[in-house]
Design a protein around this ligand. Structure first.
Ligand code: ATP
Length: 436
């Protein structure tokens, strides 16, 4: 009997090879060959902080019309053939659901942690077909992919090399830059211009040849047309939650949980310091609590922004809370603390610089004996402007929303989750634009 269903798959790869998105692309073709209609392919990124992920914590879901028993059998056969089950950490899961699963499970899996037992309890309660291999952990991602409802979407076109060609990846660098030139800002993160590197070609031993990210299938295909490379064996355009900040929760300092990712407002409480390895750290405070914020070395030029913060600046930061620190993905400078410097004044009588007359006693002129109670106060110009700043494409997490996707209202901190309600109010006059 023909029905409409979602097929979810996860945990098929290992550090040595394979990729669940490749398996999804192969399965979509095999399903079509068997007469099924595959109407959508979803690439579902889940919590980037889970300990068992191989690379980017991706699961896939296909929307399929066909015979559910046949689809389930084909999906399981595909996993049994292609998953790298020899690796201890590869524990595939397959789910086929003919009716929607509660989206709350997806929300938990993208913002927090789930257990295999919870996934199985959900699948049993919903009465759907599923199969877990080895310890069955992949059922978490497979169930999350099947239950996913995206509030925002982007697209990624993935091109894959053949198994035989696993040793090489030939993608013409200039063609990738021209693809981005021709389609930015409708596609993004194919290259990192500031650091002069190609970002869309991985260096890992998986089947991905390159991946083009953009706002629609039309735009990623338009960019793809520019790229010259070895011949891919398969290409698949996925609808995805990448680049949407789906992992970010509204947070407050002192109430963040390990392994979750937050948008959190506060006041810079210490001068940023560059430590070993070039990592930059500062403290952010709010409501009597403080948290360390980290801009790691791979965030390159973003650290230059962070180093310009001074205590008193009001900021909103976005990033994962891990081992007591927020690992910065982007930040908004809401308010800039005026940089006030004081020094002894110039003597009104003889024009020479005075010196301190002692604690609380003002200033005196050594030359003519003139006196003054007030220092000379000057306001240094801040080199930083208010606005959003982000890590470069080469350091961007899959789920992080690039600023190029922000609406003008979001850039102004005036809309939705990016609304700036409660960071400091100092120095409002020094507004400016964000750098991207
Ligand atoms: P690939 O991109 O090829 O799928 P990966 O980086 O996504 O590799 P996996 O090998 O799939 O990593 O491993 C991630 C494991 O973590 C899977 O077993 C998945 O079911 C599980 N998982 C995903 N999200 C969560 C979560 N929120 N809580 C607990 N486990 C999770």
């Amino acid at each position: 009997m023909v029905g409409i269903m979602r097929v979810g798959i996860d945990d098929t790869d290992s550090p040595e090879g394979m990729c669940t998105t490749y398996l999804g692309a192969v399965l979509a073709r095999r399903l079509r060959r068997e007469g099924c209609r595959v109407s959508e392919a979803l690439l579902v990124r889940l919590n980037p902080n889970v300990p068992h992920k191989t690379r980017g914590n991706a699961a896939i879901a296909l929307e399929v019309e066909g015979d559910p028993d046949g689809v389930f059998a084909l999906a399981c056969a595909c996993v049994e053939e292609l998953a790298d089950c020899s690796a201890a950490e590869t524990n595939p899961g397959v789910v086929v659901a003919e009716h929607p699963l509660p989206p709350a499970f997806y929300r938990r899996a993208v913002t927090g942690f789930c257990t295999t037992g919870e996934a199985i309890a959900l699948l049993d309660a919903c009465g759907v077909r599923y199969r877990g291999y080895k310890n069955g952990r992949g059922l978490i991602g497979a169930a999350a992919a099947v239950s996913a409802v995206f509030s925002d979407t982007t697209c990624e076109l993935l091109a894959y090399r053949s198994h035989e060609e696993r040793g090489r990846r030939v993608v013409d660098r200039e063609s990738v830059f021209s693809a981005e030139d021709a389609t930015y800002p409708h596609t993004w993160d194919s290259v990192d211009r500031a650091n002069d590197v190609v970002v869309c070609v991985p260096h890992t031993p998986d089947p991905v040849l390159f991946g083009i990210r953009g706002e629609s299938p039309e735009w990623v295909h338009a960019a793809r047309a520019h790229i010259r490379s070895q011949e891919p064996v398969i290409e698949q355009a996925y609808l995805t939650n990448q680049g949407t900040d789906a992992h970010l929760l509204p947070g407050s300092i002192g109430a963040m949980e390990e392994g979750r990712s937050y948008l959190v407002a506060g006041t810079v409480a210490s001068l940023p310091l560059t430590g070993r390895g070039g990592h930059v750290a500062f403290d952010l405070a709010d409501g009597g609590h403080a948290v360390r914020c980290m801009a790691y070395e791979p965030t390159r030029g973003f650290r230059t922004v962070v180093r310009q913060l001074v205590p008193g600046d009001g900021v909103v930061v976005a990033g994962s809370f891990r081992r007591g620190s927020v690992n910065l993905e982007k930040l908004r400078v809401c308010s800039l603390q005026p940089l006030i410097t004081t020094r002894p004044p110039v003597c009104g009588a003889c024009g020479r610089r005075m010196t301190s007359a002692g604690l609380g006693k003002g200033y005196k002129c050594r030359h003519c004996g003139g006196r003054s109670l007030r220092p000379e106060v000057s306001r240094a110009r801040r080199t930083l402007s208010a606005g959003w700043y982000e890590v470069p494409p080469s350091a961007r997490r899959h789920l992080a929303k690039p600023l190029v996707r922000f609406t003008p209202a979001e850039l102004a901190g005036a809309e939705g989750r990016y609304l700036i309600a409660d960071c400091g109010e100092t120095g409002r006059e020094e507004t400016g634009s964000h750098p991207s």
